[in-house]
Structure formats: C-alpha cells, structure tokens
Write a protein that binds this ligand. Structure first.
Ligand SMILES: [Zn+2]
Ligand SMILES: [Zn+2]
Length: 203
C-alpha cells in the first residue's frame, strides 16, 4: 500500500464513528483519502466539502477530513447522489467526485433485488448470507480499486460556498425562539421561523 492510503487505524476509527462497516462508508473513506492527499486536512474552514447524500459515506468525510456540519464547512445538498465536492479556499482548487455506477459490477442488480425483498418481506437465511457476502465483496472492491476507478472526477457545478454563516439572530414572532436571520420567513408582516411559517401556511 502506498503512503497515500489511510492506515488500518484511521479506517478502524472511521468505522467506529459510523457504527458499522459497509460499502457506503468505504465510498466515503476513499473520497476522504483523496481529499486529504490533494487538499490537506481542515482544522478550520480552509477545506469545504459539499455532499450530495446524507448516507453512510458522509460520516467518513466528517471524521477523516475535518469538514463537519458544526464548523459549517460540510454542506449537504439533498440530491441523493454519491457525489462529493471538495474546495480549498486559498487557491481555489476544487473537484467533484462522483461514484462510478460500475463499481458495483455484476452485484448491482442482485443488491437492489435483495434490498427490495429485505424491506418488503425480509430475507431467508440463505439470502441474508448472500447479502452480507455481496456487500463485503463490494466494500473490498471499493477499497482495493484505484481511486479513478471508484470516482469520476468532474469540475464543481458551483463556486465555493460563502464563508461563515451569519449567526446574528432575530426572534420568531410566533414561538419566541431566536433564529438565524437567513432562515426566517415573512408571513402577514410577521417574522417567523420555518416550522412556525409552515404551520401557519397550512392553516
Ligand atoms: Zn453504513
Ligand atoms: Zn417560531
């Protein structure tokens, strides 16, 4: 293994953070590995990650790259894609990593079939075994393939998101809770938080 790869300990820690080992986590680990090598770690807001999924892989990104929701340098766009964009502020370096569909190989259709059956009626013992083995094989393939085989590298669709969110607060005129100005809505001349706005709007 070259030094560009994460070591066993880092992988174990990311797995503990996530709670289990799975193909999704493996995807996030490979994306993080690339980001750490090409962009460096982000103790502050220097590196920004925009993730287009809220599934397993994002936990690896939070744990390994230092891009976290709390710091504001991890941004979720709810597009349901295994796509991860990394930006480095100081020089504008950026790339969007999109999972190649053929990384699942022949196992893709089988996994989808078993997943549907699992949700609808549960799996037999035999199917459960196949499910586990197949997921294991996919995870291994994701970990062992060249990063260029795992992801297609594209240019980001949008510029780096603006720094530091403005915390200056208003107070919702319905529930009285402080709320970020950028998240307020106006309704009948009242300043409202989003849940209050949505409740009133439905009436
Ligand atoms: Zn998972
Ligand atoms: Zn409110």
């Amino acid at each position: 293994m070259s030094t560009d790869r994460l070591n066993e300990e880092q992988i174990k820690q990311a797995t503990d953070f996530h709670g289990h080992w799975c193909p999704g986590l493996a995807i996030g680990i490979r994306a993080s590995e690339w980001a750490l090598k090409e962009m460096g770690k982000s103790p502050d807001e220097e590196i920004v990650a925009v993730v287009e999924t809220d599934m397993c892989g994002v936990d690896a990104i939070q744990y390994l790259t230092g891009c976290t929701f709390g710091k504001g340098n991890l941004i979720h766009r709810d597009y349901g894609k295994n796509a991860f964009t990394f930006y480095r502020r100081r020089d504008g370096k950026a790339a969007r990593l999109v999972l190649r569909p053929n990384i699942y190989g022949d196992a893709g259709p089988l996994m989808r079939k078993l997943h549907r059956k699992m949700q609808a009626e549960g799996l037999s013992e035999e199917e459960e075994k196949t499910w586990k083995e197949t997921r294991g094989a996919i995870s291994r393939r994701i970990m062992e393939s060249d990063v260029a085989e795992v992801f297609e590298f594209k240019s980001p669709g949008s510029p780096v998101p603006k720094k530091a969110r403005i915390l200056a607060g208003l107070t919702c005129e319905s529930c009285g809770e402080p709320v970020m100005e950028t998240r307020t809505r106006r309704f009948n001349d009242q300043v409202l938080c989003i849940p209050c706005f949505e409740t009133l709007e439905k009436r």
